[in-house]
Ligand binder design. Structure first.
Ligand code: GAP
Length: 454
């Protein structure tokens, strides 16, 4: 069993992530975050917001609606061309993405991003690329499959309007460019950030939460002058990497992947890939989108997107540098990065999640050595819970309780013993080193605060 399967199993057994609609045998590719997972994901989102809004001068947050006027998706190009090249296996009737088939067949040596649909069909036919399900090579032609989920809005059957569940959060930032600029008296360059749900009817979802049909994105658009845009593009590439390093990723598991094939309006694009147990895969994207988005919204809405520079009196439509990362895909990468199996003295092994303390689900576990110490232990719990997420466990041997906390990555365990009643001190055990020190209860809040600061 590879580490990926072990991580998926741990996620279910320890309350990180459960299969969606579990008691009804699930719904394919939907996942629910459990009590531990929701803390982890919220902490990751908070860390992102801190870096890209709170600590970033001239960046403003928004929380736009999932439903948007359908003209938005015409302007953005999603109605016409947000699609995957799908092929059906005529033999077993399963559906696949032609680009994925080529990538898997060539073991990553051929890049389907630079191929047309006809070139992909030709490659698949010439190499007799087999269906991963049944092994035959009997394919339909490629058809482009639009990934947007649609629904209808209206109270009568006649008056129904087709609307879409947004496939990216970015458009909520673009359509609010004027609102944010005016209400915040923002001067270019400035940024708009958002965290929210997005939906895509993916042809081949899978690999746990890596590619799903409902997911959260954390996106940031930086509006700037064309002349300065390339410098900002490089700055955002670096910022995106620095953010990942700051929440505990090691540099050797991350790499830049510059795109060979660019959208016609794009000046540059790059992914940061992470080495998941399933291989190197995209974690986030940084895109230089020129003035495409605002120009298109100007054209389709009829509202001027021209910015008047108050210093030079120049009028221009700003360029956009987009940074986009999936909160769920990042949470999965964090889980993979943190997972470790250690052999201990005496031959035992322990599974431990080495989360950066700032994003660990619980910061502290309160563990009374015996049940009759629970009154004092609850007192300590209440004191700490005012400041941090804290968990409490009094069931089972202390060794087993430490292991449970290691598996959910709690950085500090506080044990309450009989000395605590005598002198108001507790023992703190460090998750990574397993070393223990003795500390006064009065010092605990300060001690934990310093440990989780980043
Ligand atoms: N606004 C640009 C945009 O949406 P994207 O490369 O399609 O660009 C950005 O998506 C990020 O969103 C990806 O790098 C990935 O982290 C996440 N993402 C995209 N599709 C996803 C899916 N089906 N499931 C989970 N995460 C996804």
């Amino acid at each position: 069993m590879g580490n990926f399967d072990k991580i998926v199993n741990l996620c279910k057994s320890r309350g990180f992530i459960f299969p969606g609609s579990d008691i009804y045998d699930g719904l394919a590719n939907t996942w629910d975050y459990g009590p531990v997972g929701v803390e982890l994901k919220n902490n990751i989102k908070r860390a992102w917001w801190k870096k890209f809004v709170q600590e970033a001068p001239a960046s403003y947050g928004v929380d736009a609606d999932i439903f948007m006027n359908s003209k938005v998706w015409e302007a953005s190009g999603h109605t016409a061309s947000f699609s995957d090249p799908k092929m059906d296996c005529k033999s077993c009737k399963t559906r696949h993405r032609a680009d994925n088939l080529i990538e898997a067949y060539s073991k990553g040596k051929v890049n389907p991003d630079v191929m047309t649909n006809e070139e992909m069909e030709q490659y698949i036919a010439e190499h007799k690329v087999a269906c991963p399900k049944c092994g035959k090579s009997d394919w339909t032609n490629i058809r482009n499959f639009n990934l947007m989920f649609s629904t209808s809005r209206g109270v009568t059957d006649e008056g129904q309007n087709l609307i879409y569940l947004r496939p990216e959060t970015a458009q909520g930032e673009f359509v609010n460019f004027l609102n944010v600029q005016r209400s915040m008296r923002a001067k270019v360059p400035f940024g708009i950030a958002q965290i929210g749900k997005a939906f895509r009817n993916e042809v081949t979802p899978g690999n746990f939460t890596f590619r799903t049909i409902e997911f959260e994105q954390m996106e940031h658009q930086w509006f700037c002058k064309a002349e300065e845009s390339m410098d900002f593009y490089h700055e955002y590439k670096k910022k995106a990497l620095d953010f990942l390093l700051s929440i505990g990723f090691s540099a050797e598991n991350l790499r830049y992947h510059d795109h060979d094939k660019l959208a016609h309006y794009a000046k540059a694009a790059c992914d940061i890939q992470y080495q998941y147990p399933i291989g190197w895969e995209e974690l986030n994207g940084i895109h230089h989108r020129g003035d495409w988005d605002l120009s298109r919204h100007q054209e389709f809405s009829g509202k001027s997107m021209l910015y008047l520079d108050p210093f030079t009196n120049e009028k221009y439509i700003p360029n956009v540098i987009e940074y986009s990362i999936g909160a769920d895909r990042l949470t999965l990468a964090v889980l993979c990065e943190a997972y470790d199996e250690e052999t201990l003295e005496g031959g035992d092994t322990r599974v431990v999640m080495h989360f950066h303390p700032a994003i660990a689900p619980y910061k502290v576990a309160i563990l009374p050595l015996q049940k009759n110490l629970s009154e004092k232990a609850n007192e300590v719990y209440s004191t700490l819970a005012k400041h941090f997420m804290v968990t409490y466990d009094e069931a089972g041997s202390i060794g087993k309780r430490y292991r449970r906390q290691d598996e959910i990555g709690t950085p500090m365990c506080v044990t309450i013993d009989f000395d605590t009643l005598e002198n108001n001190t507790v023992t703190i055990r460090d998750r990574d080193t397993m070393e223990q020190i003795r500390l006064s209860i009065d010092e605990l809040v300060d001690y934990v605060s310093k440990k989780i600061d980043y």
